[in-house]
Design a protein around this ligand. Sequence first.
Ligand code: HEC
Ligand code: CU
Length: 400
Amino acid sequence: MTVDRPPNGKATDLHFRMFTSDFGRYTRISTIFPTSSMGSPSTVKAARSRKSSRRLGSVGGLLLLSLIVSACGEELPANSLAPASERARNIDNLFWLTVIIAAVIFVLVQGAIIYTAIKFRRKKGEPERPVKQIHGNTRLEIAWTVVPALILAGLAVPTVQTIFENAEEPVNAINVTVTGHQWWFEYDYTDLGVITANEMHIPTDRDIFLTLTADAGDVIHSFWVPRLSGKRDLVPGHTNTLTISADTPGLYLGQCAEFCGLSHANMRLRVYAHEPAEFDAWVESQLAPADVPSETADEADLRAEGWELFISKGCSACHAINGTEAEGGGLNPGPNLTHFAMRDTFAGSLYDNTTENLRAWLANPSELKAMEPDLNRGMPNLGLSDDEITALVAFLQGLE
Ligand code: HEC
Ligand SMILES: [Cu+2]
């Protein structure tokens, strides 16, 4: 199935195309296993397949167990079982409450099954006798309808409570508007006047009130930093809100949690939590004017050459540098680069901000990160020479 691209050439249809092709794959897979394997259970073939599926089942169980155990172990930077904020803890508590209830039910049901299987099994030499049928037993049926309903109704109480508690608008919060782009996150600290990308800085013990959105013509993304809160979608032309915070300083990893096309897996993010004084210093450094070479700079200065290239090669059409003629925000806007050199990573937090990586990025961005610049998604290859790259890298690394 092919879908016509809308005249604006933007991304919404990509999602659909990927989805349908995936769907095609699933339907094909299902035709590989025709229902005939369920046909004659007495054949050797079926017995063998049952045995191997049992073996597969136990391997799967072991894998799952090792996954669970390894997930509980450490305070990994994106471990939702190691909450680092009040709201993340609310969610975690709810999770464990559910797990405990489910575990108790599991033990009771499995225990009853094992007990009856052993107690009522046919002993050796005992004659085969018809089993007493109990289906249609009204009392039993009412019991196993009402009990689960009560359990779910009971669980709904703390669930709804937590949803409302976590959604409460915080007082004295820092406001940040988060915009999802294919394939990076933009942060606009609306009260502080700071704009940055992928790496969010926050003070500890303070609520950060996020307004989440995406540009019209983009696709749905989802903001998720597991240790700091739940996930929330960034929907084109619509705003959602989410409050995050961090108890302790540190680096918290996150990533886009809604399939958003080609580089969805490369759309990562980082939250750096600082002591409040350190955060204030970060804000101050972000508000400082961009370190752009002056017009009177020495012609031989590499950085001045880089700045000139930044304008002449059209970088400034997509990338803003605050307080300069580079205004960005074009057809296919890229991250604000005002203090780019202060970022640890770039390109959706995929790469360390090193000379080598930057050179490779400028030489051919799509080689480092799958993008579709021809369809206005991602950064185009600008066909730069080695010398031009050297000058541009010097310029970018001067943006402290
Ligand atoms: C057509 C628009 C466009 C042009 C022109 C463009 N870029 Fe980009 N650039 C982007 C987009 C979009 C991204 C984000 C890619 C991603 O991470 O998915 C980006 C990312 C970057 C980044 C990484 C920023 C970060 O924090 O992740 C750097 C550095 C960069 N571009 C430098 C340049 C330079 C230097 C030029 C000129 C030679 C240039 N760009 C020209 C659109 C553009
Ligand atoms: Cu995304």
